[in-house]
Design a protein around this ligand. Structure first.
Ligand code: TXA
Ligand code: MG
Length: 326
């Protein structure tokens, strides 16, 4: 048995013992607990520092488990599962009251389900057999981890097993689609685009944030580094940087290459790749870098967002900017 398989086996034992394990997915790293154990889920919320009314996604190995964990599964959910699983899509369904403890979903009668597209996650889920409740493996309200090192930096000794699958391929969280109402609603844009979802269900989807019902007031402030984030337009960024630097602030810039030539010298440039998918992949690592560099503010130019991962990047940066103090 290779080291990795042995580590997965240890992680399965830990899950069965009600402990927490961190594992890679294609989007971000997850912090997993047995979704059928009240104690394990309680520990998960405690370590994560998450309000009890904020629901957690349940990860499964196969679409065939849909009917074990959810009930009244509509045809549109099956189409979505077939089209995108394994992959970066979470489907919110009516919860089967037996298999997922109500603590997982903040006492809601719905549950978010996802089959992640990562060999280590799938090996873990397959071997464990049941649903694994897993939010992103960061403390509540902070930037999601996209490497095992990020997980260790955030959660340290609070998580015994961290499965290392290298950097996440997508880099931003899954798209969440709620199919429990008459009209499907996108609650969070992520690894699957709105256009792709709408093509599969064959109609337009509404937009809602899960924060409207989940945790009023807290959802907007998600995904934020400690550094203040300010959205900027590429054409205006040099002037904006100069005026902030004149106030003696340490300023950084995150923008796709090529950046303007006339930037002030003391501006710390964290260049992002010009391709939107590559930008998404590095976004959270760059936000963490801004914290490590102890910048006072990070100016962020987002890729033009029509749909796809550019829209997810714009969404996360807008949320990060929402908490800015000045
Ligand atoms: O890509 C992802 O989705 C990652 C990886 C680990 O799978 N997970 C993730 O989980 O981002 P978390 O807990 O950080 O974000 C889950 C979001 C929350 O905003 C929560 O409100 C929403 O999913 N959610 C989960 N279950 C829900 C439900 N039953 N109804 C509405 N929203 C739900
Ligand atoms: Mg999260």
């Amino acid at each position: 048995m290779t080291d990795l398989h042995a580590a997965v086996a240890r992680a399965v034992d830990a899950l069965r013992a009600g402990e927490l394990v961190a594992f890679p997915t294609e989007t971000v790293y997850g912090l997993g607990a047995d979704a059928a154990s009240v104690d394990a889920v309680g520990r998960l919320y405690e370590v994560k520092g998450r309000p009890a009314d904020h629901p957690v996604i349940v990860h499964i190995a196969h679409a065939a488990q849909l009917d074990e964990l959810a009930r009244d599964v509509p045809g549109e959910a099956r189409l979505l599962a077939e089209a995108f699983w394994p992959g970066p899509l979470t489907i919110v369904l009516r919860r089967d009251l037996g298999r997922v403890v109500p603590e997982v979903t903040g006492e809601r009668d719905t549950v978010g389900l996802r089959v992640p597209d990562h060999p280590i996650a799938l090996e873990l889920l397959e071997a464990f057999g049941g649903g694994v409740a897993a939010p992103s493996a960061n403390r509540f309200g902070r930037v999601s981890p996209t490497t095992a090192a990020h997980v260790r930096a955030d959660l340290g000794m609070d998580v015994r097993v961290v499965l290392d699958g290298g950097p996440c391929r997508v880099g931003v969280e899954s798209t969440i689609v709620d199919v429990t109402s008459r009209e499907p609603a996108i609650l969070r844009i992520g690894g699957v685009s709105r256009g792709e979802v709408e093509a599969v269900v064959g109609r337009a989807c509404a937009s809602r944030t899960s924060g409207e019902t989940a945790a009023p007031g807290t959802f907007e402030s998600h995904y934020a580094p400690r550094t203040d984030v300010e959205l900027a337009e590429l054409v205006a960024v040099a002037d904006r940087a100069r005026s902030l630097i004149a106030r003696n602030l340490r300023i950084g810039l995150l923008a796709a290459a090529p950046v303007p030539a006339d930037l002030p010298e003391s501006l710390v440039v964290l260049a992002a790749p010009s391709d939107a998918d590559d930008y998404a992949r590095v976004l959270y690592a760059r936000l963490r870098e801004a914290d490590e560099l102890e910048l006072d503010r990070l100016l962020v130019v987002v890729p033009p967002a029509s749909d796809g991962l550019a829209a997810a990047v714009a969404d996360r940066v807008r949320r990060a900017a929402h908490t800015r103090r000045t």
